[in-house]
Design a protein around this ligand. Structure first.
Ligand code: SF4
Length: 206
């Protein structure tokens, strides 16, 4: 309850920061939901469409999408079927395994995905208005916070350094990190958010 207690927040800067981060997350979710509603889609279908639009082809099956989005296969399957019925996706059986179906955006689905993806633009524009030093510091701080969330069990749906086994923080304060897979130093500017070498960080969990 501490973060949600006004008395505690009056005393604790950390609690006020935590609440501000929570409110930023809520605002993002509200923007995404609103964009999906404007196009007549539930938010999960909108997320799937954006994901499939940006996929390089390796995340186009029920299994891969349910793993990436941490949702059950039946939940993903139902939404994919609904998108097929709406003419936003096409489906094709795998040539290697007839039990596996690959989903792709149709031309209608691609157009819709472009419109939907715009929900995040105001966030980027707001950050673009910050000085470069502020952006670097923000990236370092948010990476630190996200790494702590990952260590606690959260798995981001993107292949980011913060959730990678090979990511080694050298100094959080000085924003110095190392990629143990590629053996290269990393900074907030070079931190990867879409890495082909990413391997999930389990922090001792099964
Ligand atoms: S392998 Fe990629 S995601 Fe992992 S630490 Fe290196 S650069 Fe980051």
């Amino acid at each position: 309850m501490a973060v949600f207690s006004q008395a505690h927040r009056a005393e604790s800067l950390a609690a006020r920061i935590a609440l501000t981060i929570i409110q930023n997350g809520n605002a993002s979710t509200a923007s995404k939901t609103s964009a999906a509603r404007q196009q007549g889609l539930p938010v999960l279908q909108a997320s799937l469409l954006i994901r499939l639009r940006n996929s390089n082809g390796d995340e186009c099956t029920v299994g891969a999408l349910s793993e990436a989005m941490q949702l059950t296969p039946p939940t993903i399957s139902d939404s994919l079927k609904a998108l097929v019925r709406k003419g936003c996706l096409t489906r094709k059986k795998s040539s290697e395994d007839g039990r596996v179906v690959h989903f792709r955006c149709s031309p209608k689905g691609k157009r819709l995905a472009e419109l939907l993806a715009g929900w995040a633009n105001p966030i980027e524009e707001s950050i673009s208005g910050l000085e470069k030093d502020q952006q670097i510091s923000l990236m370092g701080t948010l990476t630190h916070l996200l790494r702590d969330q990952v260590a606690g069990g959260y798995s981001p749906s993107e292949a980011m350094c913060a959730s990678c086994e090979y990511f080694e923080p050298i100094s959080w304060d000085k924003h110095r990190y190392h990629c143990n897979r590629r053996d290269i130093p990393l900074t907030p500017v070079s931190i990867n958010t879409d890495c082909s070498g990413h391997h999930p960080y389990y922090n001792g969990r099964e």
